[in-house]
Design a protein around this ligand. Structure first.
Ligand code: ADP
Ligand code: MG
Length: 519
């Protein structure tokens, strides 16, 4: 047997080991993070992403950029997951997390070159991350933010994002109102807030609707456009002739029989209309189809009826109005009905939108986002969604910290202090983590048009003198000032999650020394 090589992998398998595997993974991760760098902060730029079939997305949102890019490299894919996790968990801070992960990899590369063992790097990074987390806890300025602070959190998350012709501050009011409308002692019911977009007006027409907006058409134009104090029914059935009568067609042999069959059908249809009219419902949402011959009767009874309502809309009407889904019109009882102060049909261009507002319906709210083009409303929707998430996080998950790089300066400083007490080469890894965190204020400075090195030196000097110092963008440049005074606040949860997901991904990549790819 001796000397005979043994093949355990198929010939198509590509294998990269040791330093090569490490450096290829690290470069791929860095490249991903590099691609979102210029979008960070209020003066970050946007990216235009064009898909295979020519669809264009213009965005400043890290998660969206990475999602739209067709990233194949497996290590690069892990950085995309960092942004995805960040988006899912807290809804903001995706660029921050990706940039930090990339810089942690970059620092790890230098440590590997200095022969620091990967497991030492991993241990040091985890230790530094813990210091970072407790620094964030200690830096929380308000665990239970007031209205003004929430407005600032919302505005900070939208500054520099696509908000059409509207300033972030103006939109912030709508966002905070939406969140407070669905807040109870048990917390914020984020699922009760929807963003509904509609092109055709400038963004300043964006408003908060206390209720839900449904994209459906009335069964007939003769039905009412508006119903006050509406009682609402949801029917999950088809209002059509049931199968059995269809067979009648084949048994008809003379005109009398034909008339009888038609009468039987009409009778059955009338029963639907009568059954509906007998309930207290004024507005009826039907998930199935409604026979055309029934329309006139329903109009006659003064009902406002919708057919073919899709399941998402049914669900939001249910949640907002308290109506129960009922399997047939005969079974509707008073307690199945939901209510709303007003159900109205509004025309937007060619389309009709249904507003179910007020009363019980204000258990749910809708931010009705307007913009002049699809690209504007799409980016506005992303900005609003982020802002709704950060305000929710600030209310529900641990308060707010000073933004604009201040928290990062504090974190790096604390890690360096504590690194001094750590033995051996692990100390190098802990210090490297602090250097990596510096990338965030440095990038903010770059994107603001400041000299990054000077800015960092000045920031540290301010911080050492005991001040809270951040990079506040003003006009064409930035100034070093207290972010709290300038209302630049971020939720603590966003910072916690960024540290956690960036550390996880970078340490996972550093530990890999063998890539085995089957083709
Ligand atoms: P992310 O995807 O990480 O949220 P953003 O582009 O939203 O990226 O930038 C977030 C950073 O911008 C945070 O550090 C935040 O504190 C900072 N920031 C927000 N508003 C301002 C401002 N007016 N001046 C300086 N920094 C700001
Ligand atoms: Mg943001």
């Amino acid at each position: 047997m001796g000397g005979q090589p043994m093949f355990i992998l198929s010939e198509d398998t590509e294998r990269t080991r040791g330093d090569d595997a490490q450096s290829s993974n690290i470069s791929a991760g860095k490249a991903v993070s590099e691609s979102v760098r210029t979008t960070l902060g209020p003066r970050g730029m946007d990216k235009m992403l064009v898909s295979d079939d020519g669809d264009v997305v213009i965005t400043n949102d890290g998660a969206t950029i990475l999602d739209e890019m067709d990233i194949e490299h497996p290590a690069a894919q892990m950085l995309v997951e960092v942004a995805e996790t960040q988006e899912e968990e807290v809804g903001d801070g995706t660029t921050t997390a990706s940039i930090l992960a990339g810089e942690l990899l970059s620092q790890a590369e230098s440590l590997l070159e200095e022969d620091v063992h990967p497991t030492t790097i991993v241990e040091g990074y985890h230790e530094a991350a813990q210091i970072a987390q407790s620094t964030i806890d200690d830096a929380v300025i308000a665990t239970d933010p007031d209205d003004d602070q929430l407005l600032q959190v919302a505005a900070s998350s939208m500054t520099g994002k696509g908000t059409g012709d509207l300033a972030a501050e103006d939109l912030a009011r709508t966002v905070v109102d939406a969140v407070s409308q669905v807040s109870t002692e048990d917390g914020v019911d984020r699922s009760a807030i929807t963003v509904h977009t509609q092109v055709g007006a400038t963004s300043s027409a964006t408003e908060l609707v206390e209720g839900v907006i449904i994209d459906e058409e009335r069964l007939s134009e003769e039905m009412p456009r508006s119903v006050e104090d509406a009682q609402i029914a949801i029917v999950e059935d088809d209002l059509e002739i049931k199968e059995a009568n269809v067979d009648a067609e084949y048994q008809v042999s003379n005109v009398d029989q034909l008339n009888a069959a038609i009468e039987a059908e009409t009778g059955q249809l009338q029963e639907y209309a009568e059954a509906l009219a007998a309930t207290n419902a004024d507005v009826v949402f039907v998930d199935g189809d409604i026979d055309d011959r029934l329309t006139a009767d329903l109009v006659g009874h003064g009902l406002l009826v919708f057919e073919d309502v899709d399941s998402d809309d049914i669900e939001s009407i249910r949640a907002a109005t308290g109506a129960s889904r009922v399997g047939s019109v005969d079974a509707i009882e008073d307690e199945d009905l939901g209510s709303a102060e007003n159900v109205s049909v509004e025309k937007y261009g060619e389309e009709e939108l249904i507003f179910v507002e007020g009363g019980a319906a204000s258990k749910a709210v809708t931010v009705f986002a307007r913009g002049s083009t699809d690209h504007v409303v799409d980016e506005l929707e992303r900005s609003l969604t982020d802002a709704l998430d950060v305000v929710t996080a600030a209310v529900d998950a641990g308060g707010v910290v000073a933004g604009a790089g201040a928290i990062e300066i504090e974190i790096a400083d604390r890690i360096r202090d504590e690194a001094a007490g750590i033995e051996g080469r692990k100390q190098l890894a802990v210090e490297a983590y602090a250097d990596a965190v510096d990338v965030l204020p440095r990038t903010l400075a770059e994107n603001t048009g400041m000299d990054p090195i000077d800015a960092l030196v000045d920031l540290r000097a301010e911080h050492d003198s005991g001040a809270t110092a951040g990079l506040i963008s003003e006009g064409q440049t930035g100034i070093i000032a207290d972010p709290i005074d300038h209302g630049v606040l971020d939720p603590a949860a966003v910072k916690h999650e960024a540290i956690e997901s960036a550390t996880e991904a970078s340490t996972m990549i550093v530990r890999i020394d063998d890539v085995i790819a089957s083709n």
